[in-house]
Design a protein around this ligand. Structure first.
Ligand code: TEU
Ligand code: CA
Length: 545
């Protein structure tokens, strides 16, 4: 079916933490195969699978050393072929993660690129972004420019043999590809096409908004290492590359792509998804920044008015939004925006958040474990961290004597919160693995796990399943227009969806107070939680038709 992606619910799998089939403590492809019936039961129509390609795992698979082979820990290509076929048997589409802003430094391209600085002799030198420093010393401060990276103080690392620096917007083990180089682009496009020829249904494109850089590589505005996305995000050539990729890979196929468009805003989003020549969908991060006071580690309180503004502005900005509360880079939504003061509050606020988000006009992307009400991990010690972003952040904070503040930021917003093992049951290791998991299992698996929740009609899981089923079966929910409803009750987020002469209204109480919405909620509640006689109790939600 054309544009199948417009009407299905996506489920994001972080394979390392989803299900371990061979007891080595690491999730794998056969583990995912064993859980496909669960995904069918949940009502999922497509899976975004985080990277499964060969990788040294400096950034948990977002540092790829071979785009066309499977990471040993996850299995082999035969396992992948079986996963794809078993998903398609269940009418579940498979969207792979495409990480082509950078490779691993262990990719053969980079090994060859680094082997010789002689561009005439070495065609791979120009696959990456190599530059002379201010001198040949390689000392900090002599980098080609002052850019900071997402994960390291400087975005440059020095190569002793050639006395040149290479650019990496992320870690030093993730050198940026040089998209100016047509051979690089052609290599990427032919790789994409080989995956399409295997039958995959699309790609989520990692930091795709950053693949074009200002070729002058000018200094950022600031002293010391300065984060400078104005010179590496949304550069003019980005659109040329995306249109070229569309023509050479996507046109003529019944497939889709969703861009992780870091630094996108409501002004520039239309240039990417406006006319079908570049991306089909994009992820925007205004919501993910709603509780950040500058750096993400500085936390500020969730502001429901700001939430309403963001939702409204994005509904106006582009025709098809992605709808998500979290992913593998974000903390668990119920801990972040819900109320986890008691188990009961956690359950009802998880349900309310789901209703708030997944009946807006757009395509839902549910992150593994969110449907169980999984929460942030009570890490007890930095040695339990696995994520390079948090580990490097803490190291930098320690050097500045700011350990405690940084540790609190990591507990609240660290990416490992979303990467603890999927909780299949309340028994040892939450049924994720027969071995010792690569990262500690959240102790709350005793209360929040798939096995127990499947048997409990009032569980978060069964509520998600009902919500997905409602959405899957309701054209107003899938295709209707969106309009915010101003009830004048500050704690309530509500909106109307309309398609032809049909409509539905959604009311969500983001507070612990009971609110009366009877003046607005005229009609039958087809899905609700904590809703009685026109009143939403604490964290109540109601879908009225
Ligand atoms: O994330 C890109 C990105 O912008 C991240 O820096 C993210 O915003 C940040 O981690 C939030 O705290 C993508 C992948 O989703 C991420 O897992 C990778 O680490 C990163 O690219 C590099 O590939
Ligand atoms: Ca395993």
């Amino acid at each position: 079916m054309k544009d199948w992606w417009k009407s299905c619910t996506f489920y994001q799998i972080y394979p390392r933490s989803f299900c371990d089939s061979n007891g080595d403590g690491i999730g794998d492809l056969r583990g995912i195969i064993s859980k496909l019936d669960y995904l069918s039961w949940l009502g999922v129509g497509a899976v975004w699978l985080c990277p499964v390609y060969k990788s040294p795992n400096a950034d948990m698979g977002y540092d790829i050393s071979d785009y066309e082979d499977i990471m040993e820990e996850f299995g082999n290509m035969a396992d992948f072929d079986e996963l794809l076929s078993e998903m398609h048997k269940r009418n579940i589409k498979l969207v792979m993660d495409l990480v082509v802003n950078h490779t691993s430094d262990e990719h053969e391209w980079f090994i060859k690129s680094k082997s010789s600085a002689d561009e005439k002799e070495n065609p791979y030198r120009d696959f990456y972004i190599w530059r002379d420093g201010k001198d040949k010393s390689g000392k900090p401060g002599t980098e080609p420019n002052n850019w900071a990276s997402f994960f390291t103080p400087s975005a440059w690392s020095f190569d002793e043999s050639s006395k040149q620096w290479y650019l990496h917007l992320f870690s030093e083990k993730q050198p940026d590809l040089n998209w100016e180089n047509e051979t690089v682009r052609d290599e990427v496009y032919s790789m994409i096409n080989r995956w399409f020829d295997k039958g995959v249904d699309g790609f989520r494109m990692d930091v795709i908004s950053c693949i074009a850089k200002d070729k002058r590589l000018p200094d950022g505005n600031g002293s010391g290492y300065t984060f400078s996305p104005e010179y590496f995000a949304f550069q003019p050539k980005l659109h040329d590359y995306l249109r070229e990729m569309r023509e050479k890979c996507f046109d003529g196929r019944n497939c889709m792509c969703v861009g992780e468009t870091t630094f996108v805003n409501t002004e520039n989003a239309g240039t990417l998804v406006g006319d079908g020549r570049e991306l089909d969908l994009l992820f925007q991060f205004d919501l993910m920044d709603i509780d950040s006071d500058g750096p993400k580690w500085n936390i500020k309180k969730f502001d429901l008015n700001r939430f309403k503004e963001i939702i409204s502005s994005w509904q106006k900005a582009i025709p098809w939004n992605t709808l998500f509360w979290s992913n593998h880079d974000q903390p668990r939504v119920v801990s972040r925006f819900g109320d986890t003061s008691t188990i009961e509050r956690r359950i009802i606020s998880a349900k309310m958040l789901a209703v708030a988000m997944y009946l807006i006009k757009g395509i839902p992307f549910i992150y593994q474990g969110e449907e169980l009400g999984m929460g942030n991990m009570p890490f007890s010690d930095p040695s339990e961290l696995r994520d390079i972003e948090s580990i490097n952040f803490l190291k930098g904070a320690d050097e500045k004597g700011e350990h405690d503040k940084a540790w609190q930021g990591i507990l609240a917003k660290g990416r490992d919160n979303a990467r603890t093992p999927m909780q299949w049951n309340g028994r040892e290791n939450a049924g994720f693995s027969a071995g010792t998991p690569w990262i500690r299992v959240n102790p709350d698996h005793k209360e929040f796990n798939a096995e127990d929740e499947m048997k409990d009609e009032s569980s978060v899981l069964n509520f998600y399943r009902k919500l997905i089923a409602f959405r899957n079966g309701n054209d107003v929910a899938k295709f209707g227009d969106f309009e915010l409803i101003e009830t004048g009750i500050p704690e309530v987020f509500s909106y109307r969806r309309a398609l032809g002469n049909k409509e539905l209204k959604v009311f969500c109480n983001f507070s612990d107070k009971t609110v009366n919405i009877s003046e607005y909620a005229k009609g039958r509640a087809v899905l609700s939680s904590e809703y009685e006689e026109g009143c939403l109790k604490a964290f109540g939600a109601a879908v009225i038709i």
